[in-house]
Design a protein around this ligand. Sequence first.
Ligand code: SF4
Length: 408
Amino acid sequence: MDVTATSLSPRRHTRQIAIGSVKVGGDAPISVQSMTTTKTADVEGTLQQIYALAAAGADIVRCTCNELAAAEGLVQIVPRSPVPIVADIHFHVEMALAALEAGVHGLRLNPGNLRKPEEIKLVASEARDRGVPIRIGVNAGSLHPDIYERFGGATPEALVESARIELAYFEEVGFSDVKISVKASSVATMIAAYRLASETFDHPLHLGVTEAGPLPGGLIKGTAGIATLLAEGIGDTLRYSLTADPVEEARAGRQLLESLGLRERKGLDLIACPSCGRAEVDVIRVANEAQDALNALDIPIQVAVMGCVVNGPGEARHADLGIAAGKHRGHLFIQGQIIRVVPEADMVEALVDEAKKIAVEGLAARLAARDASAEAEAEADRALLLGDRGLDANHATERIERIRRRAH
Ligand code: SF4
């Protein structure tokens, strides 16, 4: 049973726009974005990265358009990309016009860097005529100096005001095919800015904590900001900004949405116990090996790797498939029921083999095909383990006796 999405606040209603084939806002699925790190002029290198991002879960990819060679690269990238392409524009109005000419599916303009009203309106008019949406991408680190001064800093109100002013220029030329972001590297500022933006605009919101940094801190900051807002029903598309391979951004975005129940699982969800003194196996090693092997299969399945059979199968009974270690053996289970006992060295192989069979035959068929003796074998291992280092390891019987004597 998936209770996550229904436990979140209802999604705030926004108008819908389309970035190429991907709808953003309204009742469209929340989409994942990332940005290439290659030179956009390097067409083959950029396309390779775009394909990797799409495979990791990106629905939309942004490329910088910072020079004419980049715009020329976009001419070739756009038709060969598996996902819509957005051109990132700072400072140069000519680059925005060149990107539109290249056929991109969307533009991102930074109001802090492209400041002349006549230039902003020129880009908006051109985008309007071509039916290309624009993201007003406000960034706390590059806020317009006048707004920064007026608000005494990059406050949430200042970020939203910057978006409002830009939107007003767009509306002057009859253009409203817009989504908005109000990013900051401070999670608290970003959350407050998006809350205010969601009260101020009905345009789709693109969520992100900017310059979140390397892993794991960047992931934590990104998740703290983005997940908080998603849980409040705010946000229509998102990007993690990590100082890492952008594939990590796409993967994180996708996993966040899947873990909140906001997108269907399309790949592996590996859960693993944190391990403790009871562990009968190196849980970290087995979990990593299982993750690598199962990721390659691209099967939408939740798999558990548990360190001991005493608690493992019960604690992970919600998982489709799992393995728990006990007495140099692995107990393979489906939804908490033991189906097979395998040698410890074969644990990962057994998991992969069973995952493949589940993908073809389904969970019920694989449960029906379980070894008749598996549950009894597993019970014997459990009993042995409890005897070795279970309650008796703490001299439980005597201690409980003493506790009871004290109580009387
Ligand atoms: S499953 Fe076993 S090894 Fe893992 S944390 Fe729970 S008790 Fe410890």
